[in-house]
Ligand binder design. Structure first.
Ligand code: CA
Ligand code: ZN
Length: 302
């Protein structure tokens, strides 16, 4: 296993970045991540008004994965997520869903104890660890780490957690993988514009899949298989995710498109990842049980 510290951070995913680490396909890397504020909120006394806004949403990387080629995919198995012991939440004027009613920034600092986030003495929340920003170099211009897209990025998807596997479309040689913005807990939608933002470590296994061609990221866990799509609206994102799932079923199982859509209408769940970033993100999750029943063959899984 390799280890990468958070000296090397990027603020945009791009195809012309110089990699800070090169690994063979199949390597596991333990990656140190700053929180989305660049670790500038160290305690309850720190204010968002005073931070350097050029140093937010850092992702650690980029990592060059040997064998990852344009037109192929990068598979990312999330092995573990570890937190330092504290987290910060925020909301602000014109931020999130309720920002139209707010005047300035508000922050809330929390400790993490065992499997719980301590919001206050009386309010303890079970942890739901996740990685907010995770992705590869995008097609075309650089994409700021605060924006999600077909390359991944700031998807803020609660399903991106230990035990999940992601598949990203590769457009740059080596994929140029990075991740950051971990959350100790977050609700679907991320309505305030932040989760419980927490620095820590993520351990991932990076595997090149040159023969898999994708339009958008896929996600797989023990129960489900899904497509993640980001677009201007939740509607447009959901529309794309469902279309791509139907195409995947027709390609990898002996099923017609109308049958696939009818079946997906019974068992597929459109779930909101986040509705507060410059592009909105949706995941469309299908039970593996049903995919198994229709003979869906996915040769790229664990
Ligand atoms: Ca985020
Ligand atoms: Zn975050």
């Amino acid at each position: 296993m390799r280890e990468l510290n958070d000296d090397a951070v990027i603020y945009a995913f791009a195809s012309d970045l110089r990699p800070v680490m090169t690994v063979p396909s199949g390597e596991t890397v333990r990656i140190r991540t700053k929180d989305c504020f660049g670790n500038q909120l160290a305690g309850p006394e720190d204010e968002l008004d005073e931070i350097d806004w050029d140093a937010i949403n850092p992702a650690t990387g980029p990592i060059f994965v040997e064998g990852a080629v344009p037109g192929g995919a990068l598979k990312v198995d999330i092995r573990s997520i570890e937190f330092d012991g504290h987290a910060a939440c925020c909301t602000g004027k014109d931020e999130g869903v309720y920002g139209d009613k707010l005047d300035g920034w508000s922050t809330h600092f929390c400790q993490i104890e065992g499997d719980e986030l301590i919001w206050s003495e009386g309010v303890r929340i079970p942890l739901r660890p996740m990685i907010g920003v995770i992705g590869v170099a995008p097609e075309g211009d650089p994409v700021n780490c605060g924006t999600p897209g077909s390359h991944g990025g700031n998807m803020d998807n609660t399903a991106v957690t230990a035990g999940a596997t992601l598949y990203f479309p590769v457009v740059a040689s080596g994929a140029l993988f990075g991740l950051g913005d971990m959350h100790a807990v977050m609700g679907d939608g991320e309505v305030s514009v932040s989760g419980a933002e927490a620095p820590g470590w993520a351990t991932v296994t990076l595997t090149a899949l040159p023969e898999l061609s994708l339009a958008d990221p896929l996600i797989e866990d023990a129960q489900s298989f899904g497509v993640i799509a980001s677009a201007d609206s939740l509607d447009a994102a959901a529309d794309r995710a469902v279309h791509e799932m139907v195409d995947l079923m027709v390609a990898h199982a002996d099923i017609s498109a109308p049958d696939a859509v009818m079946l997906l209408s019974l068992v597929g769940d459109v779930q909101v990842c986040q509705m507060v970033d410059p592009q909105k993100t949706v995941r469309f999750m299908v039970p593996k049980r049903t995919l198994h029943d229709i003979g869906f063959h996915w040769p790229f899984g664990a």
